[in-house]
Ligand binder design. Structure first.
Ligand SMILES: [Zn+2]
Length: 312
Protein backbone atom coordinates (compact mmCIF):
# COMPACT_ATOMS: atom_id res chain seq x y z
CA UNK A 1 0.00 0.00 0.00
CA UNK A 2 1.58 3.21 -1.14
CA UNK A 3 1.59 6.02 1.38
CA UNK A 4 1.26 9.59 0.17
CA UNK A 5 2.95 11.96 2.57
CA UNK A 6 1.01 15.16 3.05
CA UNK A 7 2.42 16.30 6.36
CA UNK A 8 1.28 19.17 8.52
CA UNK A 9 3.61 22.16 8.57
CA UNK A 10 6.09 22.10 11.44
CA UNK A 11 4.83 25.56 12.36
CA UNK A 12 1.65 23.81 13.53
CA UNK A 13 3.34 21.10 15.59
CA UNK A 14 2.42 22.89 18.82
CA UNK A 15 -1.27 22.55 17.92
CA UNK A 16 -1.34 19.26 16.03
CA UNK A 17 1.44 17.07 17.42
CA UNK A 18 3.31 18.77 20.27
CA UNK A 19 4.97 15.68 21.78
CA UNK A 20 7.58 13.37 20.38
CA UNK A 21 6.35 9.80 20.43
CA UNK A 22 7.57 6.23 20.26
CA UNK A 23 4.41 4.49 19.07
CA UNK A 24 3.16 1.43 20.93
CA UNK A 25 0.07 0.52 18.93
CA UNK A 26 -2.37 1.45 16.15
CA UNK A 27 -5.68 3.18 16.92
CA UNK A 28 -8.46 2.66 14.36
CA UNK A 29 -11.11 5.32 13.71
CA UNK A 30 -13.93 5.97 11.26
CA UNK A 31 -14.30 9.51 9.93
CA UNK A 32 -18.12 9.54 10.20
CA UNK A 33 -17.94 11.56 7.01
CA UNK A 34 -18.15 10.95 3.25
CA UNK A 35 -14.96 12.68 2.13
CA UNK A 36 -11.84 11.19 0.54
CA UNK A 37 -8.53 10.92 2.42
CA UNK A 38 -7.09 13.93 0.63
CA UNK A 39 -9.84 16.18 1.97
CA UNK A 40 -9.67 14.74 5.49
CA UNK A 41 -5.94 15.43 5.69
CA UNK A 42 -6.14 18.84 4.10
CA UNK A 43 -8.90 19.90 6.52
CA UNK A 44 -6.94 18.53 9.50
CA UNK A 45 -3.85 20.44 8.39
CA UNK A 46 -5.58 23.71 7.65
CA UNK A 47 -7.66 24.24 10.78
CA UNK A 48 -6.30 25.22 14.19
CA UNK A 49 -8.19 22.68 16.29
CA UNK A 50 -6.37 20.28 18.55
CA UNK A 51 -7.64 17.39 16.45
CA UNK A 52 -5.18 15.38 14.40
CA UNK A 53 -4.41 11.88 13.16
CA UNK A 54 -1.54 10.17 11.37
CA UNK A 55 -3.35 8.62 8.41
CA UNK A 56 -6.59 8.88 6.48
CA UNK A 57 -7.27 5.90 4.22
CA UNK A 58 -9.85 5.75 1.46
CA UNK A 59 -10.65 3.43 -1.43
CA UNK A 60 -7.54 4.48 -3.39
CA UNK A 61 -4.81 5.68 -1.06
CA UNK A 62 -3.34 6.05 2.41
CA UNK A 63 -2.48 9.65 3.14
CA UNK A 64 -0.18 10.60 5.99
CA UNK A 65 -0.71 13.91 7.79
CA UNK A 66 1.51 13.59 10.87
CA UNK A 67 5.03 12.23 11.31
CA UNK A 68 5.03 8.86 13.08
CA UNK A 69 7.41 10.04 15.76
CA UNK A 70 4.97 12.69 16.98
CA UNK A 71 1.67 12.29 18.82
CA UNK A 72 -1.81 13.07 17.53
CA UNK A 73 -5.05 14.26 19.12
CA UNK A 74 -7.62 11.64 18.22
CA UNK A 75 -8.34 9.23 21.07
CA UNK A 76 -10.30 11.53 23.35
CA UNK A 77 -8.26 10.50 26.39
CA UNK A 78 -6.61 13.81 27.18
CA UNK A 79 -3.14 15.28 27.15
CA UNK A 80 -1.56 12.37 28.95
CA UNK A 81 -3.83 9.64 27.60
CA UNK A 82 -2.28 6.44 26.29
CA UNK A 83 -4.24 6.64 23.04
CA UNK A 84 -3.21 10.20 22.28
CA UNK A 85 0.38 9.80 23.37
CA UNK A 86 1.31 6.33 22.04
CA UNK A 87 -1.10 5.54 19.23
CA UNK A 88 -0.66 5.77 15.46
CA UNK A 89 -4.11 6.95 14.39
CA UNK A 90 -5.70 5.58 11.22
CA UNK A 91 -8.96 7.18 10.06
CA UNK A 92 -11.04 5.05 7.69
CA UNK A 93 -12.93 7.27 5.22
CA UNK A 94 -16.47 7.12 3.85
CA UNK A 95 -17.92 5.57 7.00
CA UNK A 96 -20.96 7.87 7.16
CA UNK A 97 -22.79 6.29 4.24
CA UNK A 98 -20.78 3.10 3.87
CA UNK A 99 -21.02 1.14 0.62
CA UNK A 100 -18.36 0.10 -1.83
CA UNK A 101 -15.97 2.97 -1.15
CA UNK A 102 -16.04 2.25 2.56
CA UNK A 103 -15.53 -1.47 1.99
CA UNK A 104 -12.43 -0.71 -0.06
CA UNK A 105 -11.21 1.90 2.42
CA UNK A 106 -11.52 -0.57 5.27
CA UNK A 107 -9.58 -3.16 3.33
CA UNK A 108 -6.86 -0.64 2.57
CA UNK A 109 -6.76 0.37 6.23
CA UNK A 110 -6.29 -3.27 7.21
CA UNK A 111 -3.35 -3.44 4.79
CA UNK A 112 -1.82 -0.24 6.14
CA UNK A 113 -2.24 -1.33 9.76
CA UNK A 114 -0.64 -4.70 9.00
CA UNK A 115 2.22 -3.02 7.20
CA UNK A 116 2.95 -0.66 10.11
CA UNK A 117 2.70 -3.53 12.57
CA UNK A 118 4.91 -5.79 10.49
CA UNK A 119 7.60 -3.12 10.26
CA UNK A 120 7.63 -2.85 14.03
CA UNK A 121 7.42 -6.56 14.77
CA UNK A 122 4.03 -6.10 16.45
CA UNK A 123 1.40 -8.78 16.81
CA UNK A 124 -2.37 -8.30 16.65
CA UNK A 125 -2.55 -7.19 20.30
CA UNK A 126 -1.14 -3.86 19.08
CA UNK A 127 -4.30 -3.18 17.10
CA UNK A 128 -6.64 -0.94 19.12
CA UNK A 129 -9.78 1.03 18.47
CA UNK A 130 -10.76 4.53 19.56
CA UNK A 131 -13.40 3.04 21.85
CA UNK A 132 -10.65 1.37 23.90
CA UNK A 133 -9.49 4.79 25.12
CA UNK A 134 -12.70 6.78 25.59
CA UNK A 135 -16.42 6.19 25.55
CA UNK A 136 -16.87 7.19 21.95
CA UNK A 137 -18.48 4.59 19.67
CA UNK A 138 -15.72 4.78 17.09
CA UNK A 139 -14.86 3.28 14.60
CA UNK A 140 -18.68 3.24 14.32
CA UNK A 141 -19.26 1.41 11.04
CA UNK A 142 -16.35 -0.98 11.55
CA UNK A 143 -17.86 -1.84 14.96
CA UNK A 144 -21.34 -2.25 13.43
CA UNK A 145 -19.91 -4.70 10.92
CA UNK A 146 -17.86 -6.48 13.59
CA UNK A 147 -14.57 -5.61 15.25
CA UNK A 148 -13.39 -9.24 15.27
CA UNK A 149 -14.03 -9.36 11.54
CA UNK A 150 -11.73 -6.34 11.04
CA UNK A 151 -9.10 -7.82 13.32
CA UNK A 152 -9.13 -10.97 11.21
CA UNK A 153 -8.62 -8.87 8.08
CA UNK A 154 -5.53 -7.29 9.64
CA UNK A 155 -4.26 -10.65 10.89
CA UNK A 156 -4.57 -12.13 7.41
CA UNK A 157 -2.57 -9.26 5.91
CA UNK A 158 -0.02 -9.57 8.69
CA UNK A 159 0.39 -13.30 8.07
CA UNK A 160 1.06 -12.62 4.41
CA UNK A 161 3.70 -10.02 5.23
CA UNK A 162 5.35 -12.16 7.88
CA UNK A 163 5.35 -15.15 5.56
CA UNK A 164 6.85 -13.20 2.70
CA UNK A 165 9.88 -12.04 4.64
CA UNK A 166 10.53 -15.34 6.36
CA UNK A 167 11.00 -17.06 3.06
CA UNK A 168 14.64 -17.68 2.31
CA UNK A 169 16.21 -15.02 0.19
CA UNK A 170 16.01 -15.87 -3.49
CA UNK A 171 19.26 -14.12 -4.30
CA UNK A 172 21.25 -17.14 -3.24
CA UNK A 173 23.34 -15.20 -0.76
CA UNK A 174 24.58 -16.93 2.34
CA UNK A 175 23.88 -14.01 4.67
CA UNK A 176 22.27 -15.10 7.88
CA UNK A 177 20.33 -12.96 10.26
CA UNK A 178 19.86 -12.81 13.98
CA UNK A 179 16.51 -13.84 15.37
CA UNK A 180 14.02 -10.97 15.28
CA UNK A 181 13.69 -8.94 18.45
CA UNK A 182 11.85 -5.83 19.49
CA UNK A 183 13.53 -3.73 22.14
CA UNK A 184 14.29 -0.09 22.74
CA UNK A 185 17.85 -0.96 23.71
CA UNK A 186 20.24 -2.80 21.41
CA UNK A 187 22.15 -4.13 24.42
CA UNK A 188 19.03 -5.57 26.05
CA UNK A 189 17.74 -6.80 22.72
CA UNK A 190 20.91 -8.73 21.91
CA UNK A 191 20.94 -10.19 25.41
CA UNK A 192 17.32 -11.28 24.96
CA UNK A 193 18.33 -13.49 22.01
CA UNK A 194 21.48 -14.71 23.75
CA UNK A 195 24.00 -12.71 21.73
CA UNK A 196 27.12 -11.03 23.13
CA UNK A 197 26.16 -7.37 23.55
CA UNK A 198 29.59 -6.00 24.43
CA UNK A 199 30.73 -2.88 22.62
CA UNK A 200 33.29 -4.78 20.58
CA UNK A 201 30.76 -7.33 19.39
CA UNK A 202 28.24 -4.62 18.62
CA UNK A 203 30.94 -2.93 16.60
CA UNK A 204 31.37 -6.13 14.56
CA UNK A 205 27.61 -6.48 14.10
CA UNK A 206 27.38 -2.84 13.03
CA UNK A 207 30.12 -3.39 10.47
CA UNK A 208 28.30 -6.44 9.05
CA UNK A 209 25.30 -4.16 8.64
CA UNK A 210 27.05 -1.37 6.81
CA UNK A 211 28.01 0.85 9.74
CA UNK A 212 31.78 1.06 9.56
CA UNK A 213 32.28 3.86 12.09
CA UNK A 214 30.23 2.42 14.97
CA UNK A 215 30.56 4.49 18.11
CA UNK A 216 27.38 3.43 19.87
CA UNK A 217 25.51 6.63 19.00
CA UNK A 218 21.73 6.74 19.43
CA UNK A 219 21.12 6.89 15.69
CA UNK A 220 23.44 3.96 14.98
CA UNK A 221 21.79 1.89 17.68
CA UNK A 222 18.37 2.89 16.39
CA UNK A 223 19.35 1.65 12.95
CA UNK A 224 20.49 -1.70 14.34
CA UNK A 225 17.26 -1.96 16.33
CA UNK A 226 15.19 -1.27 13.25
CA UNK A 227 16.97 -4.04 11.35
CA UNK A 228 16.47 -6.36 14.32
CA UNK A 229 12.76 -5.60 14.47
CA UNK A 230 12.50 -6.61 10.82
CA UNK A 231 14.60 -9.72 11.27
CA UNK A 232 17.20 -8.13 8.98
CA UNK A 233 20.10 -7.71 11.38
CA UNK A 234 22.97 -9.52 9.71
CA UNK A 235 25.13 -11.73 11.88
CA UNK A 236 28.60 -10.45 12.61
CA UNK A 237 31.07 -12.22 10.40
CA UNK A 238 28.36 -13.33 8.00
CA UNK A 239 29.65 -11.03 5.33
CA UNK A 240 33.14 -9.88 4.60
CA UNK A 241 34.02 -7.23 7.12
CA UNK A 242 36.79 -5.60 5.17
CA UNK A 243 36.41 -2.78 2.73
CA UNK A 244 37.23 -5.18 -0.04
CA UNK A 245 33.75 -6.68 0.06
CA UNK A 246 32.84 -4.35 -2.78
CA UNK A 247 34.44 -6.80 -5.14
CA UNK A 248 31.33 -8.87 -5.67
CA UNK A 249 28.58 -6.42 -4.81
CA UNK A 250 28.32 -3.06 -6.39
CA UNK A 251 26.70 -0.07 -4.84
CA UNK A 252 25.12 3.09 -6.11
CA UNK A 253 27.15 6.23 -5.82
CA UNK A 254 26.86 7.70 -2.35
CA UNK A 255 24.23 10.42 -2.11
CA UNK A 256 25.64 13.42 -0.31
CA UNK A 257 22.73 15.85 -0.71
CA UNK A 258 20.26 16.94 1.91
CA UNK A 259 16.98 15.63 0.50
CA UNK A 260 14.80 13.48 2.73
CA UNK A 261 13.22 11.85 -0.30
CA UNK A 262 14.58 8.65 -1.86
CA UNK A 263 12.98 9.65 -5.17
CA UNK A 264 14.86 12.94 -5.26
CA UNK A 265 18.09 11.33 -4.04
CA UNK A 266 17.97 8.67 -6.78
CA UNK A 267 17.26 11.35 -9.37
CA UNK A 268 20.21 13.35 -8.08
CA UNK A 269 22.59 10.48 -8.77
CA UNK A 270 20.97 9.75 -12.13
CA UNK A 271 19.10 6.56 -11.23
CA UNK A 272 15.57 5.64 -12.32
CA UNK A 273 13.36 6.58 -9.36
CA UNK A 274 10.07 5.11 -10.56
CA UNK A 275 8.07 3.03 -8.11
CA UNK A 276 8.74 -0.19 -10.02
CA UNK A 277 12.46 0.38 -10.10
CA UNK A 278 12.56 1.34 -6.43
CA UNK A 279 10.81 -1.94 -5.74
CA UNK A 280 13.58 -3.79 -7.60
CA UNK A 281 16.25 -1.87 -5.69
CA UNK A 282 14.46 -2.55 -2.40
CA UNK A 283 14.40 -6.27 -3.11
CA UNK A 284 18.12 -6.26 -3.82
CA UNK A 285 18.57 -4.63 -0.42
CA UNK A 286 16.54 -7.14 1.54
CA UNK A 287 13.11 -5.47 1.43
CA UNK A 288 10.91 -8.10 -0.24
CA UNK A 289 7.60 -6.43 0.43
CA UNK A 290 8.41 -2.93 -0.78
CA UNK A 291 5.30 -0.79 -0.98
CA UNK A 292 6.80 2.66 -0.62
CA UNK A 293 6.19 3.14 3.09
CA UNK A 294 7.98 5.96 4.87
CA UNK A 295 10.13 3.59 6.86
CA UNK A 296 11.09 1.53 3.80
CA UNK A 297 12.03 4.68 1.92
CA UNK A 298 14.02 5.97 4.89
CA UNK A 299 15.92 2.71 5.02
CA UNK A 300 16.83 2.93 1.33
CA UNK A 301 17.83 6.57 1.70
CA UNK A 302 19.96 5.78 4.72
CA UNK A 303 21.81 3.06 2.76
CA UNK A 304 22.27 5.41 -0.18
CA UNK A 305 23.70 8.11 2.07
CA UNK A 306 26.26 5.61 3.33
CA UNK A 307 27.13 4.41 -0.16
CA UNK A 308 25.70 1.02 0.84
CA UNK A 309 22.68 0.82 -1.43
CA UNK A 310 23.18 -2.27 -3.57
CA UNK A 311 22.58 -1.88 -7.28
CA UNK A 312 19.49 -3.57 -8.65
ZN1 LIG B 1 -12.34 7.97 16.49
Amino acid sequence: MEIVKDLVSSSKYDIKCPYSMTPKFIVIHNTANDAPAKNEISYMKSNNNEVSFHFAVDDVEARQGLPLDRNGWHAGDGGNGQGNRYGIAIEICYSKSGGDKFTKAEKNAAKLAAQLMHERGWDISHLKKHQDFSNKYCPHRTLDLGWDRFKKMVQTELNTLNGSTEKPSDTGTSTSYYKKFNSTSIVDGLKSIGVDSSFSNREKIAKANGISNYSGSASQNEKLLELARNGKLKKAGSTSTSGSSNASTSYYKKYTGKSGSIVDALKAIGVDSSYDYRKTIAKKNGINNYSGTASQNEKLLSLLKQGKLKKA
